[in-house]
Design a protein around this ligand. Structure first.
Ligand code: ZN
Ligand code: MN
Length: 487
């Protein structure tokens, strides 16, 4: 029998659109959805004789991201022209960075389903400008919208360290969370702020001999779903192809494919593609960038605790589940607000429940962040403390939180107004328990008889007390009184 074993190998190129106000080399606004060709000027239209000027903010955002990716940050970088001819690129070249990228040799940790993390190498990070957009919606005409031309793009290239579609997706999601935490990109997939190009091939062992299939690059994927599925598809397609034809990687055998989202298949686009086709050469119109130690320090000061680290810390420090910690660290504003509430004295698990079960729900409905609900961290902290002290039931706390977001009033006052203050006064509750026991002799008998019926009868008696107090009794206190009386 033929023994075949294989492993998929994936490296990723990612383009991230930076959230600067203006474009990379001119003053035009970066704006999504504006009237076509209304955000253009002689520079981004590629008119002869005009001069580009570097956007400092874009450069700093890029270096900050490279720092977060633990890259080596060279103190000298320059710009290069990458020549190609396409209607959406009016200059006929793209300004990019070729041999001296602004960051290299870094890594990113990604979470795995097992709860462990995996380190994926980063080969390089460089800054470049985006092209425009060709539109094919005017019948037999094609049109071009150059509003996007010159938008700053950070390109990140990983080592081929990923070994499944799920790992590739995890990296993409982690990078999205990271650039949002750093505040360098909105990373909105719907607006094309993140675009992915996986390079995929297989290492196959057949009868003890190792073979490599040709690398396939899939172009321009803009959703996590398409990214994961295209990798999974290529894995199967390349294995089938190898088993059928025995074809392996040779010099220059790399091909480019596109992803058909409807049919969920990859389609061959180009047979060969090599770097020298682009005839890179240094951009004569821009001065190189010298990153002084002081400037570097200023950029580094904007680094924050990265989301995955923060997620791990929440699990460790606050004993939250991996899931809860993930929800709280999905957005930096949520994580910051959570910590403010905890700092204000809220018990972490309580605060987590309040925010994930109620706060985020209201925020989603309003299309805002949990810190924008008009409810202060201190107020949420006090609500958490009220739940903790048994003054408000866990179930009622959602109602109080909703009312806080609605009215802006304080939790103590709302709990009173809404009649949600829990009765924990043992003397008062003892009287109610006594009355319920007197009214339900059969249930009392079932409890004292023990056995199967006992637990059910106990629950019934507790329910009766809750009903008599209109749900305002603290169930913990009632249970204790019941246990004592029925002992
Ligand atoms: Zn412009
Ligand atoms: Mn690029």
């Amino acid at each position: 029998m033929v023994e075949v074993d294989y492993k998929v190998i994936v490296g990723l190129e990612i383009h991230v659109q930076l959230c600067t106000k203006s474009k990379m080399f001119c003053g035009c606004a970066v704006e999504f959805g504006a009237e076509p060709n209304s955000r253009v000027c002689p520079v981004c239209l590629g008119m002869p004789g005009v001069l580009p000027v570097m956007n400092k903010q874009a450069y700093e955002y890029s270096v900050l991201t490279a720092m977060a990716l633990d890259c080596r940050i060279p103190t000298f970088t320059k710009w290069d022209r990458k020549s190609y001819y396409y209607p959406d690129l009016p200059k006929n070249y793209q300004i990019s960075q070729y041999d001296l990228p602004l960051g290299e040799n870094g890594f990113i940790e990604i979470p795995l389903e097992s709860g462990k993390t995996k380190r994926i190498g980063i080969i390089r990070a460089h800054l470049e400008e985006d092209a425009g957009k060709n539109l094919h919606t005017a019948g037999s005409f094609s049109q071009v919208d150059l509003n996007r031309t010159g938008t700053p793009l950070l390109e990140i290239v990983t080592e081929p360290d990923m070994n499944s579609g799920a790992e590739v997706r995890a990296l993409a999601v982690e990078l999205q969370r990271m650039v949002r935490f750093l505040g360098v990109s909105e990373a909105d997939m719907q607006k094309g702020h993140m675009r992915f190009e996986p390079n995929i091939n297989l290492a196959i062992t057949k009868d003890g001999v190792e073979y490599r299939t040709s690398i396939v690059e899939i172009k321009n994927l803009n959703s996590f779903r398409a990214l994961e599925r295209s990798v999974n598809y290529e894995e199967r397609r390349q294995l089938d192809d190898f088993l059928e034809t025995g074809k392996v990687m040779t010099m220059g055998s790399k091909t480019t494919r596109g992803w058909d989202d409807e049919r969920e298949v990859s389609v061959l686009q180009r047979e060969k593609e090599e770097a020298h086709d682009y005839r890179y050469f240094p951009e004569p119109d821009l001065v190189p960038v010298k990153l002084t130690p002081q400037w570097q320090a200023e950029i580094r000061a904007n680094l924050c605790e990265l989301p995955l680290k923060r997620q791990m810390r929440y699990i460790e420090q606050y004993k939250l589940s991996d899931y809860d910690a993930g929800v709280l660290t999905a957005e930096r504003s949520t994580a910051d607000f959570f910590e403010q509430v905890v700092e204000a004295g809220g018990e972490p698990k309580r605060v987590c429940n309040l925010l994930t079960q109620t706060g985020l729900k209201i925020a989603n409905e309003r299309g805002c962040g949990v810190s924008d609900l008009g409810v202060s961290a201190k107020s949420v902290g006090r609500l958490a403390a009220m739940v903790e002290a048994g003054k408000v039931g866990a179930g009622s706390s959602a109602t109080v939180f909703e009312a806080m977001a609605e009215t802006g009033k304080e939790p103590e006052r709302l709990a009173e107004e809404l009649n949600l203050i829990q009765k924990s006064d043992a003397d008062e509750l003892e009287a109610v328990v006594q009355q319920v026991l007197a009214e339900n002799p059969n249930a009392v008998q079932d409890v004292t008889a023990g056995g199967k019926k006992s637990k059910k009868a106990r629950g019934f008696l507790l329910g009766q007390v809750m009903q008599k107090t209109k749900g305002q009794a603290n169930p913990k206190v009632v249970s204790e009184i019941l246990a004592k009386k029925l002992a």
